[in-house]
Design a protein around this ligand. Structure first.
Ligand code: SF4
Length: 317
């Protein structure tokens, strides 16, 4: 699975000061599952080490300038950023991890300096390259390395990446209407945990009441699915999904077993236990009663369990 990444996060000495920004989590945990495709736009136009560059603004116009000599390098940085973004194919990457705060790679809150000395700096900028990638692929999963330290953002990002890869593989397999129904069925609870509206909307696309041709339905489904998985899950939506799943075996188990499951679901909602503890319990009953529909649900097993993304109460908000 290929993920684009700002090169310096891999330990490449391409920063302006000749150093790197090696990220332990990315290198030690994510590298087991992903092939990283490195990008460093600055290294392609400047030498290393080099004078730092920064975003500046004058009369509303955004520029990229060298920090002490004030040379305008906007065109150079924009051109290479466009060129690199254009090299990326829609289905080639499953996501992108950007270096935070960089005037080239930062996804958000990049510092913009005033051109006149009396003005105030703002933390509202977006790096030129990150912006090009986002413009070209608004639904490609993207995150910054700093934000991946947040368990909630990390869980959402990785779930999005695995689902993103899955739908592109599915679409490449020349699916029929029946295949689409099957694909959608496996994602029902994962989608429900993201958004009730999207759940209804995707259900309507698959039902195809308007008898649209397959290629149109698949395109509509792809767009809405990608938009849905880009949303962040919430505790309350996830709580509802857990109750739905519980409904499949509540009539098959004893009063004590029912109470144990409901207590676990409530403990998750009240941020006492992590989601994985409830999922373990639900998977146990799913296997015990051999409930095929639940066994296929991506919500119960969305990515390799070794990633341990649902093992902390902070993974849900
Ligand atoms: S932040 Fe981006 S441009 Fe800067 S050194 Fe890292 S990869 Fe290169």
């Amino acid at each position: 699975m290929k993920i684009g990444i700002s090169s310096c996060l891999l330990g490449t000495m391409c920063r302006y000061d000749g150093g790197h920004s090696r990220d332990k989590f990315i290198l030690e945990q994510l590298s087991t599952y992903f092939d990283f495709i490195p990008f460093c736009p600055e290294k392609m136009i400047f030498t290393t080490p080099r004078e730092a560059i920064r975003l500046t603004k004058k009369d509303g116009e955004l520029k990229v300038k060298t920090s002490s000599t004030n040379v305008d390098v906007t065109k150079k940085v924009s051109d290479i950023s466009k060129e690199l973004a254009n090299q990326i194919q829609e289905d080639e990457l499953c996501g992108f991890i950007f270096k935070s705060k960089s005037p080239t790679c930062g996804m958000e809150r990049v510092k913009i300096y005033p051109e006149n000395k009396s003005g105030q700096s703002e933390n509202t900028g977006v790096g030129i390259f990150a912006n090009e990638v986002k413009q070209k692929y608004p639904l490609l999963p993207t995150e910054e390395e700093g934000r991946l330290a947040d368990a909630w953002l990390r869980e959402n990002f990785l779930m999005q990446i695995f689902s993103y890869k899955h739908i592109f593989e599915f679409l490449k397999s020349s699916p029929s209407f029946k295949d689409l129904v099957e694909f959608h069925t496996t994602y029902k609870y994962l989608i429900y945990a993201k958004s009730h509206n999207s759940y209804k909307y995707l259900g309507n696309i698959v039902a195809n009441h308007g008898k649209k041709p397959l290629n149109i339905v698949l395109e509509e489904y792809k767009y809405t699915f990608l938009e849905t998985i880009s949303q962040k899950g919430t505790i309350s939506n996830t709580y509802n999904v857990l109750l739905h799943i519980f409904g499949y075996f509540k009539k098959l188990i004893t009063k004590e077993e029912k109470e144990e499951i409901l207590e676990s679901i409530d403990d998750f909602k009240n941020e006492i236990i992590p989601l994985i503890a409830v999922i373990k319990l639900l998977n146990l009953y799913t296997r015990r009663f051999d409930i095929e529909y639940l066994k296929s649900q991506k919500f119960l097993n969305p990515y390799p369990k070794e990633l341990a993304l649902r093992s902390t109460i902070k993974a849900y908000k």
